[in-house]
Design a protein around this ligand. Structure first.
Ligand SMILES: [Zn+2]
Length: 502
């Protein structure tokens, strides 16, 4: 996903001034999580363990009202703390007592509890709110997608602000209960397992539960009129897929792709190890957005992903993220290669499996397709900058880097790394440096030069020159003569050619 924000120097300075007070003192929590790409995203001073989001939504008017209850633990003595949120807040309670609050900046909700929170103390924060999320713009956009029959929250790195208050950074994961009341005839899709569906007086309440740690940007909500398809994978995992009733000529191609979720998630388990969550599936709402997003257990697919026919490649990409991105999440947004490089590489593996081009052939093709003066090579996948976080180079150069790693450490070590890493960091966060240390430990090789060249240096890496490991020696002659486009290439590219700003 896709969209760049310009974070002003002024807001970065404001953040620096809001450094947390030392543990012994009582002071305000930081207004940001300390992420250089998005200084005001997330907050400091507490750690959330659970979100209980209870909403009422009117599809005809886009009116949303609700109450979110947050269970958090103070990590310092707190006189005040922030949540990230954009809708109008009516009331805030902290541990049952009315708290003062103020909306500041673009998406900060400053909360001053009646009594300071002691370090280590648990707090229950209740926020009551209402709004029309499609009309609320922050940094010039709304991440809330409207469909003729409802609305959808699915965006990276920000989408939570338009439907629940949160500590909006991947480092603060939590479990989720999402319960939404909608008029009879509409359905609600969210993460995890549907635990309840009851109707009364013309309204139906749908209750969803994600019982494994989930980053806030991976929480999703869709209200609309869907055809539902449920099943279990060959390995016994519950599958829940949903398709808007109004997908038109994309309807069959969407089903021919997303209905293969069970088969594909089991296939990916062979590479990445046991699937980390309790359910799996995807949904295709009737929105104009063209991207897909790896929302945890319930993947968002824009209908245009299927405009050229069935696209199993995008399903493989988003499912790969369940291990690389969702279970193991970025520590900082600059670590995005750990998500997108590996999800793209999973598409290479699927192409290889389908005899539509080996991973090496695709890597050679990407390498040859971009001459040395192509701006493609100016993006460093290991630190692309917020503006280029979802640039095609993060995906394609990032995946070629993984092929270079495979050629360097050999097949056996490579596939042990691919499968071992998600287990090593399950439900946590990680940096590229931590991945490097892990890969070095498993392979017994020093990988600093390789990763510096492929991830952290602008410019087209030389192939197999001294000290610069490239793709396989055998492929060098071939890449000099423009390799043929692999059969899988158009489907692979479609995953990111539809990236767009909101
Ligand atoms: Zn992706």
């Amino acid at each position: 996903m896709r969209k760049r924000l310009i974070v002003s120097a002024a807001s970065a300075v404001a953040l620096l001034l809001a450094v947390p007070a030392s543990a012994a003192q009582t002071g305000p929590g930081a207004a940001g999580a300390g992420d250089a790409y998005y200084p005001t995203y997330g907050n400091g001073g507490y750690d959330v363990s659970h979100y209980d989001i209870r909403l009422k939504y009117q599809p005809a008017t886009d009116e949303l009202e609700g109450t979110t209850t947050i269970l958090a633990t103070a990590t310092q003595n707190l006189s005040r703390f922030n949540l990230d949120f954009a809708l109008d807040v009516k009331q805030v309670l902290v541990n049952g007592r009315v708290a003062r609050f103020a909306a500041t900046g673009e998406q900060e909700l400053e909360i001053t509890p009646d009594r300071p929170l002691a370090k280590g103390a648990q707090a229950t924060v209740v926020v009551r709110y209402a709004g029309i999320p499609s009309k609320v713009k922050r940094y010039g956009f709304t991440a809330w997608l409207r469909s003729p029959d409802g609305g959808v929250a699915a965006g990276e790195p920000e989408s939570a602000w338009w439907w629940f208050p949160s500590n909006d950074h991947p480092t603060d994961k939590a479990t989720f209960d999402v319960s939404v009341l909608v008029p009879d005839g509409s359905q609600v899709i969210s993460n995890g397992v549907l635990t309840g569906q009851t109707s009364q007086a013309g309204w139906t309440r749908f209750s969803w539960r994600e019982n494994k740690p989930q980053a806030t940007y991976l929480a999703t909500l869709a209200v609309g009129r869907f055809d539902i398809s449920t099943d279990t994978t060959p390995s016994g995992l519950p599958v829940y897929n949903a398709y808007s009733k109004d997908l038109g000529e994309n309807a069959d191609a969407a089903r021919a792709s997303v209905e293969r979720t069970g088969e594909l998630v089991d296939w990916l388990s062979g590479y990445f190890g046991e699937y980390p969550f309790s359910s799996v599936g995807g949904y295709v709402p009737n929105v104009t957005a063209g991207y897909g997003l790896e929302t945890q257990t319930r993947i968002f697919y824009g209908p245009r992903q299927f405009a050229r026919g069935a696209n199993t490649s995008v399903v493989v990409h988003e499912l790969a993220h369940q291990w690389y991105g969702d279970s193991v999440s970025v520590q900082r947004w600059s670590d995005i290669w750990l998500n997108e490089g590996f999800a793209r590489y999973a598409q290479f593996l699927w192409s290889e499996h389908e005899n539509e081009g080996t991973a090496q052939e695709i890597a050679d093709y990407v390498y040859a397709a971009h001459p040395a003066d192509d701006p493609f090579w100016t993006v460093k996948p290991g630190d692309p900058g917020a503006d280029n976080q979802f640039s095609g180079a993060v995906y394609d150069r990032g995946a070629v880097a993984i092929q270079a790693l495979r050629n360097t450490v050999g097949e056996d070590a490579f596939f042990r790394i691919l499968k071992g890493w998600p287990a090593e960091r399950k439900y946590g966060n990680a940096t590229i440096q931590q991945f490097q240390a892990y890969a070095e430990r498993v392979s017994g090789r020093q990988l600093g030069d390789l990763l510096t060249t492929w991830l952290f240096t602008a410019g087209k890496p030389a192939l197999n020159s001294a000290g610069v490991p490239g793709t396989a020696a055998a492929s060098v002659a071939k890449v000099q003569t423009q390799p043929q486009e692999p059969k899988s290439w158009k489907a692979i590219q479609q995953t990111n050619t539809v990236h767009e700003a909101h």
